[in-house]
Design a protein around this ligand. Structure first.
Ligand SMILES: Cc1cc2nc3c(=O)[nH]c(=O)nc-3n(C[C@H](O)[C@H](O)[C@H](O)COP(=O)(O)OP(=O)(O)OC[C@H]3O[C@@H](n4cnc5c(N)ncnc54)[C@H](O)[C@@H]3O)c2cc1C
Ligand SMILES: NC(=O)c1ccc[n+]([C@@H]2O[C@H](COP(=O)([O-])OP(=O)(O)OC[C@H]3O[C@@H](n4cnc5c(N)ncnc54)[C@H](OP(=O)(O)O)[C@@H]3O)[C@@H](O)[C@H]2O)c1
Length: 248
């Protein structure tokens, strides 16, 4: 039985026509950065809930969820239409294993995100743990068009705060975008251009990779990394690749 608490939308940030952040006031129990909960609306007498990763860090007061409108989706068009001051249901049990306490030690942490999966990494990066544990952190964000790149200020703060430890690599696949990698993460992993660009090597010796978002991107990125000798991490057998899919 899902337990819900009633939250209130306190702010909504539109990144473009389809991408938005919901800032919600709601009381949820302690969680670990990287976890998710469900948010829901009552639509025609039915509670429609879906999982969303926290973008806020556990220590931050208000909750943030970073959402893309799926045009034919049941919930996201209604979330986009929600107005500040309106109520929204939040599940009171944060869950998930896409967290640093599940990731083995390493020297370099690669974070590979497509679309709104950027958010889960921002939550993790807002905590002190990754900066204490890893010598180098590379955040890759893959989008179709440059207008879907978001959270520029926060990413800029990480760059300023950790200039020798942090690199952000945007990927824009469907248009020319100065300053971004053209094409897909998988291509840049495969042909070595991502390693060349960052000056960091992907090796089973000292690399940990977290991948989140589009399941095809997750699967194909993992395949490329496996061809380089990295292994999927499980609780039974320590490896190098930790994944989360946003849909099937
Ligand atoms: C663990 C977990 C965490 C998630 N966190 C987020 C999050 O932080 N932000 C977020 O936007 N979504 C997230 N999702 C996806 C989210 O739960 C919903 O599936 C999504 O918002 C669509 O809901 P809907 O009812 O509008 O569409 P539905 O009617 O449920 O249609 C689902 C279809 O929409 C497409 N789709 C779903 N999610 C996405 C997406 N993020 N980007 C592009 N296409 C998508 C897929 O084709 C999928 O089959 C997460 C999913 C999981 C499993
Ligand atoms: N029509 C569809 O088939 C379809 C599929 C998914 C999402 N959507 C809708 O499109 C909107 C925006 O989605 P989005 O841009 O956040 O998601 P997305 O389609 O996952 O695209 C994000 C990035 O991931 C890349 N990518 C996709 N598949 C990959 C793979 N197998 N390997 C490596 N990289 C891959 C994309 O590259 P490319 O540009 O090269 O694909 C793009 O750069 C949403 O409304 C969603 O519902 C539509």
């Amino acid at each position: 039985m899902t337990a819900w608490t009633e939250g209130k939308l306190i702010a909504k940030k539109h990144w473009n026509d389809t991408l938005f952040s919901l800032h919600i006031e709601a009381s949820v129990p302690a969680f670990e950065a990287g976890q998710f909960t469900k948010i829901a609306l009552d639509i025609e007498d039915k509670r429609v809930g879906r999982p969303y990763s926290f973008v806020n860090a556990p220590h931050e007061g208000a909750l943030e969820f970073y959402v893309v409108k799926v045009p034919e989706g049941e919930l996201t068009p209604k979330l986009l239409a929600l107005e500040v001051g309106e109520s929204i249901w939040v599940q009171t049990r944060p869950v998930g294993f896409f967290v640093l306490s599940e990731v083995p030690e390493g020297k370099t942490l690669w974070m590979l995100a497509s679309g709104t999966a950027l958010g889960v990494f921002l939550s993790i990066l807002k905590t002190t743990t990754p900066w204490q544990r890893f010598e180098n952190i590379v955040l890759c964000h893959a989008v179709r068009q440059s207008e879907s790149l978001s959270h520029h200020d926060l990413i800029g703060q990480f760059k300023t705060q950790y200039p020798n430890q942090f690199q952000f690599v945007p990927f824009v696949s469907r248009e020319e975008s100065p300053g971004a990698f053209a094409g897909r993460i998988t291509t840049a992993l495969e042909n070595g251009s991502l390693e060349k660009h960052t000056g960091l090597t992907i090796s089973s010796e000292d690399t940990q990779v977290m991948i989140c978002g589009n399941p095809e991107m997750v699967k194909e990125s993992m395949q490329v990394l496996q061809s380089k000798g990295l292994k999927k991490h499980t609780r039974k057998e320590a490896g190098h690749i930790t994944i989360e899919n946003y849909w099937k």
